[in-house]
Design a binder for this molecule. Structure first.
Ligand code: EPZ
Length: 419
């Protein structure tokens, strides 16, 4: 079984380069279905989720070429057919459901297997379906499938009960070729939404207001091919900021957008971590005594839920009492039992966690339960006394490019053992 082995105690030094955002690239690959020409995604991160969604596109006859030497993905969807995508692939990765909007847009109808939930929650799709229905699609659910049927899509006003990232993206992609104007209210404001809108507009769409809570889409006739370099991954950058903090080190992180990191910078500043932004780089210096804090995960621009596990790992090593409230997902504390195996003092009550900092964590064997939990356990291993073995690292490989090599170059004692 593949695992990552980390030995604690090393201070980190030097610089690390951040890859493009997983949560931008996935919807952008899905959106390329809408194009009548060729799309080129530059500086694409080469990890599992990208390969899975690319295979989903190939299963509906889109032509996808992944060039690992140049980190480019070249997609030609001019011959896409209205086929049911491979069910196993859709179940393997929930984000595959993001092809539903483009496919309804392109063909008017589409059938896909119900996307699986995952460890962190049931991951419903009711808001996606509410949007498709508002645009004129009849939705039916049964036997594990979701089907949409529409003669043609017509713009409408849609209010999202919750600012769902995926629902905002899927509805946006369903509306770009619809007749007339669509308004999405209470839309998600994440930077990845804005990046997707920029990609769509480069293809010839007319999307206004992405990145705010109200997005207007004026339908157009056709979308053409384009070239796009996605934004940097703010969650990967945040993960390395926490790596510096948990090892009490000073490092430089290249490939960041200060605006996108504001909630993370604010909380680390509150903890007494010194942070300086220089253009697209950030200096993180965690040499002072760190302070406990309270964290509440919120939709952007609040503190990101995808940074909750990593922050919890850090707070386990900070003297005093810290509090974390996870408001986005109903089951995103699965890293807690694993951290407690390492000697962490964490009490859970529903969506609230109380963390008492301990003098030291102790290395042992732990299991990655999901992508960000796995990353958090690696960070704990860098700070723990002794050796930590993290298993089930396939979760981590879904969303981080060579995380162990990037940490090794910073001076961490870490290696991957492939069995
Ligand atoms: C995206 O997931 C990200 N994934 C997640 O990142 C991220 O945690 C999440 O947004 C929140 O920021 C991608 O972009 C590929 P949501 P998504 O729809 O779109 C409820 C990572 O680690 N909801 O904003 O699935 C839902 O139950 C991953 O990189 C409905 O109720 O998230 C949840 O409580 C994990 N009905 C909340 O909204 C719906 O129809 C947030 O979900 C849809 C969502």
């Amino acid at each position: 079984m593949n695992k990552i082995v980390a030995k604690g105690g090393n201070e980190l030094k030097g610089e690390v380069n951040i890859s493009s955002a997983k949560n931008s690239v996935l919807p952008i690959i899905a959106a390329s279905i809408l194009s009548s020409g060729k799309c080129v995604i530059e500086n694409a991160p080469m990890f599992e989720d990208v390969f899975v969604i690319s295979s989903v596109l190939e299963s509906i006859e889109s032509n996808v070429f992944i060039d690992k030497d140049t980190n480019k993905i070249i997609i030609d969807s001019s011959n896409v057919l209205n086929l049911q995508p491979d069910m196993d692939l859709v179940k393997k990765m929930r984000a595959s459901f993001l092809i539903m909007g483009p496919m309804i847009s392109k063909f008017g109808s589409f059938k896909i297997s119900f996307p699986g939930g995952c460890n962190i929650g049931t991951r419903p799709i009711d808001l996606h379906l509410k949007g498709f229905n508002a645009l004129g699609a009849d939705i039916s659910i049964g036997h594990g499938y979701v089907e949409a049927k529409a003669t043609s899509l017509k713009g409408n006003k849609i209010y999202l009960d919750f600012p769902s990232v995926g629902a905002t993206e899927n509805i946006m992609m369903a509306a770009v070729l619809a007749k007339g104007e669509t308004i999405i209210e209470n839309a998600a404001e994440e930077p990845e939404i804005e990046d997707l809108a920029n990609f769509l507009n480069k293809m010839g769409a007319n999307v206004i207001g992405a990145g705010t809570d109200t997005i207007k889409i004026i339908g157009v006739k056709e979308l053409k091919g384009t070239i796009h370099k996605p934004i940097y991954d703010r969650i990967e950058a945040g993960t390395f900021m926490i790596a510096a903090a948990i090892t009490r080190s000073k490092i430089k992180i290249n490939g960041i957008n200060e605006e996108h990191l504001k909630p993370i910078i604010a909380k680390l500043n509150e903890m007494n971590v010194d942070i300086d932004v220089i253009g697209e780089s950030i200096l993180v210096n965690a040499k002072k005594e760190l302070k406990p804090i309270d964290i509440k995960t919120m939709p952007y621009p609040g503190f990101p839920t995808d940074m909750q596990a990593q922050m919890m790992g850090l707070l386990c090593t900070v003297e005093g009492t810290s509090f974390i409230t996870e408001t986005i997902f109903e089951n995103r504390f699965m890293h807690v039992p694993e951290m407690k195996k390492m000697g962490a003092n964490i009490k859970i009550d529903g969506r609230n966690a109380v963390i008492e900092g301990v003098d030291k964590l102790t290395g042992c064997q732990v299991r990655a339960t999901d992508l960000r939990a796995g990353a958090a356990l690696i960070l704990c291993g860098l700070a723990a006394e002794g050796t930590t073995e993290i298993t089930d690292i396939y979760h981590i490989d879904r969303g981080y490019v060579n995380i162990e090599n990037k940490l090794k170059r910073l001076g961490a004692f870490i290696k991957r053992i492939d069995k």
